[in-house]
Design a protein around this ligand. Structure first.
Ligand SMILES: [Zn+2]
Length: 116
């Protein structure tokens, strides 16, 4: 007779928030495992439109729009793993339209951005 093991924990959004060390207003909002593409997609959202700042001078600026950007992370098992985020852009009176800095690209140099 075989015994089925109960999983010890479920990987969920909170798990990935911890693994990525994300702090509010950045948050993992969804996880997709795309079997046919052998890819794990971690979707991150920014919920801090009242705290937007220019990445060049740090002044608080109004939001302009969002651009989807993707970063490649280390593989999960053998599946490619990517971070996907609609990154806010701001309008700075001095620097114009600027993309806000995301915490994971500053902290972890192994992240490689795929595309704009
Ligand atoms: Zn600025």
């Amino acid at each position: 007779m075989t015994r089925r093991r109960k999983p010890r924990c479920d990987l969920n959004r909170e798990s990935f928030n911890r693994l990525l060390d994300l702090q509010p207003p950045w948050e993992v909002v969804a996880l997709d495992i795309v079997h046919e593409e052998r890819e794990v997609r971690v979707h991150i959202a920014y919920d801090g439109t009242d705290r937007l700042a220019c990445p060049a001078c740090g002044c608080r600026c109004p939001g302009y729009d969002h651009r989807e950007r993707r970063w490649r992370h280390l593989d999960t098992m053998d599946d490619r793993t990517s971070l996907v985020c609609d990154v806010p852009r701001v309008v700075c009176p001095e620097h114009g339209v600027m993309t806000v800095t995301v915490p994971w690209s500053e902290r972890l140099s192994r992240f490689k951005e795929w595309s704009e």
